[in-house]
Write a protein that binds this ligand. Structure first.
Ligand code: NAD
Length: 252
C-alpha cells in the first residue's frame, strides 16, 4: 500500500517548482494522497499554473496568513474540495528586508516576520482542526533555530518562535490525536531562500555534512514531510526532525 493512500492533505506554500511544498505535494500524490493547495493575492495565478505540473492538478484556495478573515473562511473553502483533512503542511516564510539586519531592525520589520512565519502555524492549525480526525498530522518546515545564523537575524528569531509554537500545538492538539512536527531542512535554493541576504554562506553546507547536501535538491526535505504525514510516526509529536545531511550533528 502507498504511504499516504486515501489521505487528504492541505499544502500551503507552493510558489514555484523549486518550492519545498511543490515537492511535498508531488510525492504525497505519488503516495496516494489527494491534495488541496493554498496561495494568496497575486501569487494565486502562479500557484494555479504550477499546480498543473503536479501528477494530478490540485485545486487552489486562498489563504493570506496575515489576514485573520482568511482563516475564518478557510474551512468552508477546503470543504468545497474535501470533507476532511488528514494532513496540513505549513510551508510559509516571510520577513521584510529590514528584519535581516539584527541590530537595526525596527518592530515594523519584525512584526510581520513573527506573524507570517511563526504565529501562522497556530492560526493554520486552529482553522483546520475541525476538519482533522484522530491520527491526522500538522507538519511545518524550519531552519534549525537553536543557534544564531549569519544573516538570518529576525527570521531566525521567528523560526525559534515557530519551533516553540510547534511544541505548544503538540501539547494542545495531542489529546485530539493530532500530531504536530517539523522538518529542520538544510538550505535549499528557493524564492524564500533568495530573499535571505547571506544565503550564499550556506553554499558549503554539504562539505560539513556527513551525508553531503545538495542545495538545489528539495527532495530530501519533502520526503521527510511525507514520512511525517504517514502512519509510520504514530507516537511522535512536538518533534523536530533534521533533514540536513547530518550537518547539525557535527561540532566542527
Ligand atoms: P518558497 O518561497 O517557495 O515558499 C515560501 C512560501 O511562503 C511561498 O509560497 C509564499 O507564497 C508563502 N507566503 C509568504 N507570505 C505569505 C502569506 N502572507 N500568506 C500565505 N503564504 C505566504 O520557499 P521555501 O524555501 O520552499 O519555503 C518554505 C518553508 O521552508 C519556509 O517556512 C522556509 O522558512 C522553510 N525552509 C526553507 C529552507 C530553504 O533553505 N529554502 C530551509 C529550511 C526551511
Amino acid at each position: 500500500m502507498a504511504l499516504l493512500e486515501g489521505k487528504k492533505i492541505l499544502v500551503t506554500g507552493v510558489l514555484t517548482e523549486a518550492s519545498i511544498a511543490f515537492h511535498v505535494a508531488k510525492f504525497a500524490q505519488e503516495q496516494g494522497a489527494q491534495i488541496v493547495l493554498t496561495s494568496f493575492g497575486r501569487t494565486m495565478k502562479i500557484t494555479t499554473a504550477i499546480s498543473r505540473r503536479l501528477p494530478q492538478e490540485a485545486p487552489v484556495v486562498e489563504l493570506d496568513v496575515s489576514d485573520p478573515a482568511h482563516f475564518e473562511a478557510l474551512p468552508d473553502l477546503v470543504r468545497e474540495h474535501v470533507s476532511s483533512l488528514d494532513g496540513v503542511l505549513h510551508s510559509i516564510g516571510f520577513a521584510p528586508k529590514g528584519a535581516f539586519d539584527f541590530m537595526n531592525a525596527t518592530w515594523e520589520d519584525v512584526a510581520p516576520a513573527l506573524q507570517v512565519s511563526a504565529f501562522s502555524l497556530k492560526a493554520l492549525a486552529v482553522a483546520c482542526q475541525p476538519l482533522m480526525p484522530r491520527g491526522s498530522a500538522v507538519v511545518g518546515l524550519t531552519l534549525d533555530a537553536s543557534v544564531a545564523w549569519a544573516g538570518y537575524d529576525w527570521m531566525g528569531v521567528a523560526k525559534a518562535a515557530f519551533e516553540s509554537t510547534n511544541r505548544y500545538l503538540a501539547r494542545d492538539l495531542g489529546p485530539q490525536g493530532i500530531r504536530c512536527n517539523l522538518v529542520a531542512a538544510g538550505p535549499i535554493r528557493t524564492t524564500a531562500a533568495n530573499s535571505i541576504p547571506a544565503f550564499s554562506r550556506f553554499a558549503e553546507w554539504g562539505e560539513h555534512s556527513p551525508l553531503g547536501w545538495d542545495i538545489a535538491d528539495p527532495t530530501p526535505a519533502a520526503r521527510g514531510c511525507v514520512a511525517l504525514f504517514s502512519d509510520w510516526f504514530p507516537a511522535t509529536t512536538g518533534e523536530i526532525i533534521h533533514v540536513d545531511g547530518g550537518f547539525h550533528a557535527l561540532g566542527g
